[in-house]
Design a protein around this ligand. Structure first.
Ligand code: BTN
Length: 331
């Protein structure tokens, strides 16, 4: 009911009367009043005017289920848009990837469930690195999917996620009047002004021919101001690059919509043929000099873009080379 009330108030320009809320939701005035008080406690500033009703004048920067889902629900039909079907929120947890995996195995949690937290005590990055995730500074979230695709094609989901995060950040920056160009560094880092603002860690449980589940974990540095010495030179946050504190829930909602769009295209063919042109246009390394370590060999050349499988094509003096995994540095 909280999500519905928030949804109606959020989508209405003016005041909504208590009676209108009661009629819409089929609940009592006391029930509506209780929810309004809960929302106020969570930090929403709600004006209540006699004979007019309720109106939200300020939204807190929180990541609760109601805050996110109320942006993804259609007032008239009650149906939700985007890939996220349900949000599970924690004030603190070890890692949202761990939460998603535990829920998938223990509770058979459903496709489209998003696990999100204010802070992680054991955030994990790629290649066994840790991911520092303090409260209030970022979006630490993991999307649980149960895709009906071949396990060999699952690694491409990380490309789909990168495209969705890039588009979500781009959309919210634009809404806020910024023209900063947010791009993708192959395969799935999101960079702003060439500095990393988001990393993605995708994990999977599968048999040879069947996927039990995939967890796509995303860490977006939104308000972060301090970084470990080891990453200081290459990492940043949306706040540091724009000077603005963006609403984190807005980015999550935009991600949900963008992911659904790209995912739809991907699952039809189980390859990136329909997405690679868009992906390549978002690629920060495109046409630039890059250096990659692949199969213990150093490959130096110009990045052309990805192929249908999401592998990076590099033009070298000895012809085109294909990089399947690893990291690429811009020279
Ligand atoms: C990277 O190394 O670039 C990937 C970082 C992924 C971090 C996110 S934060 C949410 C989710 N939970 C984790 O423990 N890791 C991912």
């Amino acid at each position: 009911m909280k999500t519905k009330i928030l949804n109606v108030l959020r989508k209405s320009d003016g005041y909504v009367s208590g009676q209108a809320l009661c009629n819409m939701l089929g609940v009592s005035r006391t029930a509506v009043w209780k929810v309004i008080n809960q929302l106020k406690e969570e930090g929403y500033v709600i004006e209540a005017v006699q004979n007019k009703g309720y109106h939200i004048t300020q939204y807190p920067d929180i990541l609760t289920s109601s805050e996110i889902m109320s942006q993804l629900t259609c007032v008239d039909t009650g149906s939700t848009t985007g890939i996220i079907r349900e949000v599970v929120y924690y004030d603190e947890t070890d890692s949202t990837n761990n939460e998603a995996k535990r829920a998938a195995e223990r509770d058979n949690a459903a496709d489209g469930t998003l696990y999100i937290t204010e802070s992680q005590t054991g955030g994990r990055g790629r290649r066994g690195r840790n991911w520092v995730s303090p409260a209030g500074s970022g979006i630490w979230m993991s999307l649980l999917l149960r895709p009906d695709i071949a396990p060999v094609n699952a690694s491409m989901l990380t490309i789909v996620a990168a495209m969705a995060v890039q588009e979500a950040i781009h959309t919210v920056l634009k809404e806020d009047g910024h023209d900063a160009e947010c791009r993708i560094k192959w395969p799935n880092d999101i960079v702003l002004n060439k500095k990393k603002v988001c990393g993605i860690l995708t994990e999977m449980s599968a048999e040879m021919d069947y996927i039990h589940y995939v967890v796509i974990g995303m860490g977006i540095n939104v308000n972060t101001t301090e970084f470990d010495d080891s990453i200081k030179a290459t990492a940043s946050s949306l706040y540091l690059e724009t000077g603005d504190h963006l609403k984190r829930s807005r980015i999550v909602a935009a991600f949900s919509e963008s992911f659904a769009k790209y995912y739809d295209t991907f699952v039809k063919t189980q390859n990136l043929a329909g997405l690679k042109e868009d992906y390549n246009s978002m690629l920060v390394n495109k046409g630039g000099d890059v250096k990659a370590i692949y199969a213990d060999k150093e490959i130096v050349g110009k990045a052309i873009g990805i192929n249908d499988e999401g592998e990076l094509i590099i033009k070298t003096d000895e012809g085109e080379k294909i990089i399947r995994t690893g990291e690429v540095s811009v020279r």
